[in-house]
Design a binder for this molecule. Structure first.
Ligand code: HEC
Ligand code: HEC
Length: 441
């Protein structure tokens, strides 16, 4: 790496990457008895639930909701699977979401104001813009077992924004397979990772660990790790948020217990309100399904090929794994995570997994300008996306702006600039080997 042609700074960063990556799983917790997390695109559980329970929970995640179930009034899709399916239920897809907002006079990000029903209804300060609505429409629907007529032939329910919203952004749908392992990593592991990363790069790469409210723990704080902005720390919180904001189905966890608007709404809130024979709501089934999934598997042939093996070393040597951390270990069974809301079960405890992420927010020059749960400094930061399963993605980066791995790497500037420079100083053969490694993930 550190040939005469290479700049000293480049060698320095690469050396630090080596030191960091050699530390491996001990960045955080190091349990000698830790075993590998099970992997597979095979619709089988990781051991958290049995196959019958897993298939039933998956059925809930795949269920198509209708107006009588509380769908909408504004929404993006009728089932979780519509956006999380490629190549199996739970993973990612090409579906993109639309976010918008503007800066106020002090330069602070403010979510968009949406107008509905010929400007008679206003939804202020919400960066997510839903792109479907249940009206205008006329239909016969069943609400809590009672048939009624849904009669809104003239009400225009779609959200409209104006040119006052100067920040427009798209977000790709993320993978959720293996997320139970991510949830089971202790906050301290991520905090240690953040401080080691910053210290070992002399302050050049300092990911931000964001503390976010865990909805089922009455808003107690934990380190966020899910979503492009690290907006949630728990899978139950994310499921509750997604059920309301993607599908318009209000559920028991505040603030998601009321619909965003009552326009054309005939189903009482919260929509997901009838516990089943297990005492669970839909949101509990979604969270249990995701927690029970196996991690995305490698393409073992490509991983074992000589180019794939050489590429893995180069990925490490140039410093990609300073952020795209190759191995993490979950907290032991019985440990409590997500501000005490989730106790790590045996199937998820003390497991080594390979997400290729630090789950921290970084400014790599691609930021979308949107602020969600973090402070204003997060506007142009994005979470390092896990690269497991990246071979199934056809559009890369949060907004899908790159279609080739090479181009996605070139987009890395800001904190990642020294690493991008390292990549660019590799020979074409070496660059292709590194890309072969990405194609094996
Ligand atoms: C319209 C498409 C769409 C639907 C429907 C949808 N999602 Fe998502 N999902 C996304 C997008 C886009 C993201 C990335 C969100 C972000 O960070 O802005 C995401 C992210 C997630 C994540 C975080 C994954 C991670 O590791 O960061 C979870 C968990 C999740 N969704 C669960 C669900 C559940 C449960 C449902 C059904 C209630 C659902 N989603 C419905 C598009 C969708
Ligand atoms: C400073 C931290 C950092 C470093 C170093 C870094 N990345 Fe990233 N990477 C990110 C972030 C943050 C994103 C998301 C950016 C976005 O979507 O706007 C990302 C996105 C990606 C993606 C797109 C993934 C997807 O699902 O769309 C790929 C591929 C990728 N990086 C590969 C690499 C490679 C290869 C290297 C080394 C040459 C590297 N990265 C170095 C932080 C980093």
């Amino acid at each position: 790496m550190c040939s005469k042609r290479t700049m000293l700074y480049v060698c320095l960063i690469a050396g630090l990457a080596m030191a960091l990556a050699l530390a491996g799983p001990s960045l955080g917790q190091n349990y000698s008895t830790a075993t590998e997390a099970p992997s597979g695109y095979d619709n089988q559980p990781n051991g958290l639930t049995d196959q019958a329970t897993f298939s039933m929970d998956r059925g809930k995640f795949e269920e198509v909701e209708a107006i009588g179930d509380g769908l909408g009034p504004i929404f993006n899709a009728q089932s979780c699977r519509e956006c999380h399916q490629n190549p199996v239920t739970g993973s990612s897809s090409q579906v993109k979401e639309f976010r918008a907002g503007h800066h106020d006079s002090t330069g602070k990000f403010v979510g968009a104001t949406a107008f509905l029903a010929d400007n008679t209804v206003t939804i202020p300060n919400r960066s997510l813009i839903n792109q479907r609505a249940i009206c205008p429409a006329v239909d016969t629907i069943t609400v809590n077992g009672v048939q009624q007529t849904f009669n809104f032939p003239q009400t225009q329910g779609q959200e409209r924004i104006t040119t006052a919203e100067t920040i427009l952004a798209l977000r790709m749908s993320s993978n959720t397979l293996g997320d139970g392992f991510i949830e089971s990593v202790s906050d301290q592991t991520l905090l240690n990772l953040a401080s080691a990363q910053c210290a070992n790069t002399g302050g050049a790469i300092c990911g931000e660990a964001l503390k976010v409210a865990v909805l089922e723990a009455s808003g107690a704080l934990a380190v966020g790790r899910f979503g492009w902005k690290d907006q949630h720390a728990s899978l139950l919180s994310f499921s509750s948020d997604a059920y309301l904001n993607e599908m318009g189905i209000s559920n028991r966890l505040p603030p998601n217990n009321v619909d965003v608007t009552r326009l054309c709404d005939v189903v009482p809130d919260p929509n997901d309100n009838t516990p089943d024979s297990e005492g669970l709501n839909d949101v509990d089934h979604f969270a249990r399904f995701i927690r029970a999934t196996k991690v995305p598997p490698r393409d073992t042939a490509l991983a074992a090929s000589s180019d794939g093996v050489a590429g893995a070393t180069l990925f490490h040597n140039v410093g990609c794994d300073i952020c795209h951390v190759s191995s993490l270990t979950t907290a032991p069974a019985g440990a409590s995570v997500a501000a005490g809301a989730f106790t790590v079960p045996a199937s998820l405890g003390n497991k080594i997994f390979h997400p290729y992420s630090d789950f921290l927010l970084h400014n790599v020059g691609t930021g979308d300008g949107i602020v969600q749960t973090g402070g204003q400094e997060t506007a142009n930061k994005m979470r390092t996306p896990p690269l497991w399963g990246v071979r199934t993605r056809t559009e890369l980066l949060h907004d899908g702006r790159s279609v080739r791995f090479y181009d996605a790497i070139q987009q890395h500037r800001g904190e990642a600039q020294p690493v991008t420079n390292n990549f660019n100083s590799l020979s074409t053969t070496q660059q292709n080997q590194l890309i072969t490694f990405l194609r094996s993930l």
